[in-house]
Design a protein around this ligand. Structure first.
Ligand SMILES: Nc1ncnc2c1ncn2[C@@H]1O[C@H](COP(=O)(O)OP(=O)(O)OP(=O)(O)O)[C@@H](O)[C@H]1O
Ligand SMILES: [Mg+2]
Length: 208
């Protein structure tokens, strides 16, 4: 059964595009994956343009979509792929709502900072209104810090259980992205790659 994974979070710079690209690349090792950019900023589209210049990167189906075609195009991609991963803008506009509505899972990256958590609450609420399962992914997590503990307490207070797998603050994510790659390609033995693999396995468990 095909799965649409929408990466959404109103807070800018939380890690949506990094997560979408890396997850798509990791899944593409075993599954047919389409990656969709619905953010007018087009960061993922730029990443893909760099990727297209490489000869060593596995080709991915890629689409930059917006507006009235979005729902129909997502449905079309679902018919020919196992996973459709959607990267959304840092505001929940009409397109982001449509992506959430069409998603089998909504991933909400947050960094250990109060504004990220507050913004995530809005995204969780929206996914709940659309009756879509949503889960927090902790990104740029330091090995140990006061902010990390505060975040854990804040999540627990709200009854939110994040993904077990978390992503650290790692240059491998920045370097791979700049090269049009995922960390599992650009730095396969890195901690970043292990984190993405663990996250992918947990997502596979969730979507069954
Ligand atoms: N785990 C990480 N380790 C190191 N750098 C990271 C990590 N995650 C994201 N970044 C960096 O943080 C910045 C923002 O990440 P990204 O573009 O993925 O966020 P975003 O949520 O898509 O932003 P926007 O809301 O603008 O679309 C980028 O420069 C990215 O390289
Ligand atoms: Mg982005």
């Amino acid at each position: 059964m095909p799965h649409v994974v929408a990466v959404a979070q109103r807070k800018g710079g939380a890690g949506k595009t990094t997560l979408a690209a890396n997850l798509a690349v990791a899944l593409a090792a075993e599954y047919k994956v389409a990656l969709v950019d619905i953010d007018p900023q087009g960061s993922l589209t730029q990443w893909h343009a760099i990727r297209m210049t490489r000869t060593d990167a596995k080709p991915l189906t890629f689409a930059n979509l917006s507006g009235w075609r979005l729902t129909a195009e997502l449905d079309r991609l679902k018919r020919t792929h196992d996973f459709v991963i959607v990267d959304s803008p840092p505001q929940i506009d009409t397109d982001a709502k449509l992506a959430i509505r069409g998603a089998s899972l909504v991933l909400i990256p947050i960094q250990p900072s109060p504004p990220d958590l507050w913004a995530a609450e809005g995204t969780i609420k929206l996914a709940a209104e659309e009756r879509r399962p949503a889960v927090i992914v902790l990104n740029r997590v330091p090995p140990s810090s006061r902010q990390k503990d505060i975040l854990a307490a804040g999540l627990a207070d709200r009854g939110i259980v994040p993904m077990r797998a978390t992503l650290g603050n790692r240059t491998a994510f920045v370097d791979a992205f700049a090269a049009g790659l995922g960390v599992t390609e650009g730095a396969p033995r890195s901690s970043a790659a292990k984190e993405i693999q663990a996250l992918m396995r947990e997502i596979l468990e969730r979507v069954g």
